[in-house]
Design a binder for this molecule. Structure first.
Ligand code: WT7
Length: 649
């Protein structure tokens, strides 16, 4: 760490205060309340969390002890028993919410379904019976490989109901990736669909499952939802249609209580090296983290219609489509397909059509909308929206301001939420209505979160200095281990600094205590002894009118340690020329300082991305170094992007 650390987006000084109107109706309307609750949550965590757990969750058996912490293993709400699906469904029955929409679904072809809490409960009960009849019960693993359709949500909740552990595998993953995940956790049941709609084409999910299962002997049963009607093969004695199983099942199902620490799900996520890690989350602590953060960060109201554009294959879909929202009795909106099908205004159309009030999406999507042009937005009213959210990567101030102006019409607060698959729930985020916003900052820690920016030896660094983002105290929704690999769990997260959770992210805290996340530490470069955040360079580049998207990586350089190579996608109407390259280099130098002037600029038609939209810098680093792309590319959305970048060299 050097004194000359470049602090991410350090030129951003705008402060956007909540409107009086929003503030007046906010769930937590005053800064004093935040400060009081936050102080209590970190000074007396057991009292704070004990109270929240009693207030927010429905227990079958009360817990005896709030926390047992034997680093790095935490157990929360010991002795307590509950059922997660009951907490998301049954608790709303017999109340005014019973006939409220739990879920509104729009398929890519335009089909719409609305499912009330009562109906969702009914479906999940039947499915729970089906599982039990198949011999699926507490602790068994179930793989879910589905499009974004209501049955995916039902499948997750039915697993929770019978105590089975789900592992949702994003429908865009290859058969190979699916096979590895099934094998790692030895799933007995796979739930899938014949196909799913994506840009007017059918994603052949069932065919992929068939291929994956050639090398996955643990699977005994495959349940198939008919979605697209495409032709598939049903294997006798192994495959069953969802509908056929469903028709014979009883209507009610008595939910059993499970231990607070009963495993709820495994979710595979990429590490910086090696095979994907099976992040394990358990029941009560996870659910509490999701419920509380949903209520406060999204300022949930009874009439909200909440749209999170994440697929349930990612943690965002787990926590902020399913568990956090349904436990609050909210109405969720889910959409099956691509945001630009049939036209780039699909989201805006759906927001108007369904009167959606909250939109939670990713910066990468926001930049795509910017690139597609304002006209697609301007032809829609968007007047139902009252709150916007961002997640997944640092949001560059330009995208933030566009989101604020074009989508939120300057009326909607933006909650930039920092968290990870491992943290289970939102960790750093504004509370809308009370936190003054700074474009590009995730602002302040949520209740119970003790976040610090530290140096190599774990000492807190002064304000406005970059360092490693760590969490120093356990929190209820934290991961408990990595499935089948506790050693890797200890090593990956708790060994950097003893007994402190290392996030893998770099950050700085500003003079107001706001956190600015730079990005993964492995994406932070050292150029001539200066620390340069790739996110920072990218943020600078996309602030140039010609640039749609950019990715910066390091390349070994004998003089500078690392040289800065950037890949740039231009907006429509701009041409890749040498003078433009020079202009962009100067632009970055102007925005950050000449030490950040890129050594190489490469124009690209597209950047290699994971299916969740994260730029795969590892691959760009390999291309920048002139090497052949090695290692795991199974998470890549489109390999041809890599091929064309390599061909250019
Ligand atoms: C990594 C976690 C959390 C759900 C989606 C991603 C980056 C996430 C932000 C944010 C800056 C962010 C971090 C983190 N990240 N949200 N608001 N600002 N960076 O989950 O795949 O586990 O990725 O995403 O680098 O470590 P994930």
């Amino acid at each position: 760490m050097t004194d000359q650390t470049i602090t991410s987006v350090s030129r951003e000084h705008r402060l956007i205060r909540p409107s009086a109107e929003f503030k007046a109706q906010a769930n937590l309307g005053s800064d004093a309340t935040y400060k009081r609750l936050y102080a209590e949550s970190v000074n007396s965590p057991e009292e704070f969390w004990g109270r929240q757990a009693k207030e927010h969750l429905v227990w079958r058996k009360p817990f005896k002890k709030v926390l047992r912490w034997s680093p790095p293993h935490a157990e929360w709400f010991l002795g307590g028993k509950l059922n997660v699906s009951e907490n998301c469904l049954d608790r709303h029955l017999g109340t005014a919410r019973e006939n409220k929409a739990a879920l509104i679904f729009e398929g890519e072809p335009g089909d719409v379904r609305t499912i009330t809490y009562k109906q969702l409960h009914f479906h999940v009960c039947r499915l729970a019976h089906i599982f039990e009849n198949m011999g699926i019960g507490a602790g068994d693993r179930v793989a879910i490989y589905m499009p974004m359709i209501p049955e995916a949500v039902m499948a997750m909740l039915a697993c929770a109901r019978v105590g089975a552990i789900h592992t949702v595998v994003f429908g865009g993953f290859s058969p190979e990736a699916l096979k590895d995940r099934i094998n790692d956790c030895q799933a007995k049941l796979v739930i899938t669909a014949d196909g799913g709609w994506r840009r007017g084409k059918i994603v052949e999910l069932k065919a992929n499952v068939d291929r994956a299962l050639e090398g996955a002997p643990s699977v005994q049963t495959v349940m198939v939802v008919r979605r697209c009607g495409n032709e598939i093969t049903m294997v006798d004695g192994r495959d069953v249609w969802w509908k056929e199983a469903w028709l014979g099942a009883p209507n009610t199902h008595e939910a059993k209580g499970f231990d607070a620490e009963h495993p709820l799900f495994i979710l595979y996520t990429s590490g910086s090296t090696g095979k994907p890690k099976g992040v394990l989350h358990t029941s009560a602590g996870y659910l509490l983290g999701c419920k509380l953060s949903s209520q406060y960060v999204f300022d949930l109201k009874e009439n909200d219609r909440y749209f999170c554009s994440a697929d349930i294959g990612w943690v965002t879909g787990h926590s902020y489509v399913v568990y956090g929202l349904l436990s609050n009795g909210a109405t969720i909106f889910i959409y099956e397909g691509a945001p630009n099908h049939p036209e780039p205004d699909r989201f805006w159309q759906m927001i108007d059509r369904h009167g959606l009030t909250i939109l939670y999406t990713a910066p990468t999507a926001i930049r795509a909308f910017m690139r597609w042009g304002d006209n697609y937005v301007l032809r829609h009213r968007l007047d139902s929206l009252r709150l916007l959210g961002s997640v997944g990567e640092p949001i560059n101030p330009e995208a933030w301001m566009w989101y604020h102006r074009m989508i939120g019409k300057k009326r909607c607060p933006i909650v930039d939420t920092w968290w990870q698959t491992e943290t289970g729930a939102i960790m750093i985020a504004p509370l809308p209505g009370l936190t003054p916003l700074k474009p590009g900052s995730a602002t302040r820690p949520f209740f119970g979160v003790v976040a610090k920016v530290v140096d190599e030896r774990g000492r807190e660094v002064p304000r406005n200095t970059g360092g490693k983002l760590v969490i120093t105290k356990p929190w209820p929704s934290m991961l408990r281990t990595l499935w089948g690999d506790d050693e890797r769990y200890k090593k990956a997260y708790w060994s950097e600094i003893k007994d402190v959770y290392f996030t893998g992210d770099g950050a700085r805290q500003d003079e107001d205590g706001y956190f600015w996340i730079v990005g993964r530490i492995d994406d932070v470069l050292n150029v001539s002894g200066h620390r340069i955040g790739t996110a920072e360079v990218e943020s600078a580049l996309v602030s140039h009118p010609a640039v749609a998207e950019a990715a910066a990586v390091g390349r070994p350089d004998e003089f500078k340690g690392q040289a800065l190579v950037v890949f740039v996608c231009l907006k429509a109407g701009h041409t890749a020329t040498d003078p433009l390259k020079e202009e962009l280099r100067s632009h970055v130098a102007k925005e950050i300082g000449s030490l950040a002037r890129p050594d190489v600029i490469r124009f690209a038609a597209a950047l290699p991305k994971t299916r969740s939209g994260k730029i795969m810098r590892r691959i760009l680093k390999e291309i920048a170094t002139g090497g052949i792309v090695k290692g795991d590319t199974t998470t890549l959305e489109d390999f041809s992007v890599v091929a064309s970048l390599q061909a250019e060299e």
